[in-house]
Write a protein that binds this ligand. Structure first.
Ligand code: THU
Length: 132
């Protein structure tokens, strides 16, 4: 972990501004940090065909993976809600598979934040070990 929590949150808040969310108006920014300290960011990108919408968390992870990253150590998610917004179920599965049992920092735009471990967000997760 080469960045402070505040730096990771700031990166997620910045990319949140670029969210494409004309249908929900619910903008999400996410940042993932690699073990060697790189940050990849993502925002939600919606489609007129609802099911094609992609969440910010997955955009950030796909960006890292497509750059050849394999080891992620932390995730931050920023949404402008009073009650901190956790990742959706699909994103929990993807974070678990690609990042493992990492800390997930939930934050809003008013300086409120909380860190939750992935194993709390997705207990008894399904992953590749069951496919062997
Ligand atoms: N969304 C995310 O980007 N991440 C989540 O974990 C929850 C939901 C987005 C998808 C959609 O664009 C909007 O929030 C409302 O569901």
């Amino acid at each position: 972990m080469k960045h402070t929590e505040d730096e990771l949150i700031a990166a997620a808040a910045e990319v949140r501004e670029r969210a494409y969310a004309p249908y929900s108006n619910f903008k999400v920014g996410a940042a993932v940090e690699t073990e060697d300290g790189k940050i990849y960011t993502g925002c939600n990108v919606e489609s007129a065909s609802d099911g094609l919408t992609v969440c910010g968390e997955r955009v950030a992870i796909w960006k890292g993976i497509s750059r050849g990253e394999t080891k992620f150590s932390r995730v931050a998610v920023v949404v402008d809600t009073e009650e901190l917004t956790p990742p959706c179920g699909v994103c929990r599965q993807i974070i678990w598979e690609f990042c493992g049992d990492v800390p997930v920092i939930l934050s809003n735009l008013h300086g409120k934040s909380e860190t939750v471990q992935m194993s709390e967000l997705l207990p008894r997760a399904f992953d590749s070990k069951f496919l062997k």
